[in-house]
Design a protein around this ligand. Structure first.
Ligand code: COA
Length: 231
């Protein structure tokens, strides 16, 4: 963090957002593992320069993004994703733990939503999904690094009750999390199941579409063959 300016602490929530949002009540979110590395890379590589700057704190180049993705430690950290019906990862969150988590007790949250999918509440839902996981993991404080210009991210953090400290162009939000309860565990279990079922249905639909396309290709080839033999 840039400490040139003394930090200014604030908590107020910005007035009405500039962007109208299209929200749906349930957003299926799935925890993703190493088998989704390529999808994660594609999602991050599609971010433009400014978004990369907002996400990583610097305008990460393609090689740096590849390095970040290759270095994701799925044993220690958690990555949550939202997929569209073509199984493209359109939004993802990274809940990162320090190596000494047992004594440190904190985690860090990072998120990105594909441009075309913004303003639908995905960023906020991913934050909630990661936060409930963090609660169940015993995280005491969740940190979010954001640029001070990042109204959407800071809004999500403030709405969750985080304290935001500004230090010049950068801000750091920290949210104190409550201890895990039976309800928090059940709520995560349900969220997991919704995410799994949604991914399963989308996978089946995608396979059915591919099968249909193959059948149509075969039919067209047969028709073509018949047509030629008729001539
Ligand atoms: C920050 C980001 C994840 C937000 O994702 P999103 O899905 O568009 O956010 P949501 O739709 O959940 O909106 C969250 C809140 O911010 C508000 N908001 C969204 N875009 C906004 C904008 N451009 N200006 C002001 N407020 C905005 C929403 O209205 C919503 O507030 P509400 O619940 O009171 O209506 C997304 O803009 C992004 O990927 N940015 C690039 C990467 C980045 O900045 N990551 C964060 C740093 S780790």
């Amino acid at each position: 963090m840039n400490q040139l300016h003394p930090p200014v602490i604030d908590t107020p929530i910005d007035p009405a957002p500039r962007r109208p949002s299209r929200r749906s009540a349930v957003v299926p979110i799935r925890e993703v593992g190493p088998e989704h590395r390529e999808r994660i890379a594609r999602h991050l590589l599609a971010l433009d320069e400014h978004d990369r700057y907002l996400r990583f704190g610097y305008a990460a180049g393609d090689a740096q993004i590849r390095q970040y993705v290759d270095g994701l430690n799925f044993e220690r950290d958690h990555v949550f994703g939202i997929f569209n019906r073509r199984l493209t990862l359109i939004a993802m969150a990274h809940l990162a733990y320090p190596n000494d988590f047992a004594s440190a007790g904190f985690a860090e949250f990072g998120v990105s939503v594909a441009k075309h999918a913004r303003g639908r509440g995905y960023g906020k839902r991913l934050f909630e999904r990661a936060a409930i996981h963090a609660v169940n993991d015993g995280v005491q404080t969740l940190y979010i690094h954001a640029l001070s210009e990042n109204t959407a991210m800071l809004r999500i953090a403030r709405q969750a009750g985080a304290v935001v400290e500004h230090a010049g162009s950068e801000s750091q939000a920290h949210l104190s999390l409550p201890p895990a309860t039976f309800a928090s565990r059940v709520s995560e279990l349900l969220a997991d199941q919704v995410g799994q079922v949604d991914f399963g249905l989308k996978t089946a639909a995608s396979q059915a579409r591919q099968l249909l396309a193959t059948v149509q290709e075969v039919r067209a080839a047969v028709r073509d063959g018949q047509h030629r033999s008729d001539v």
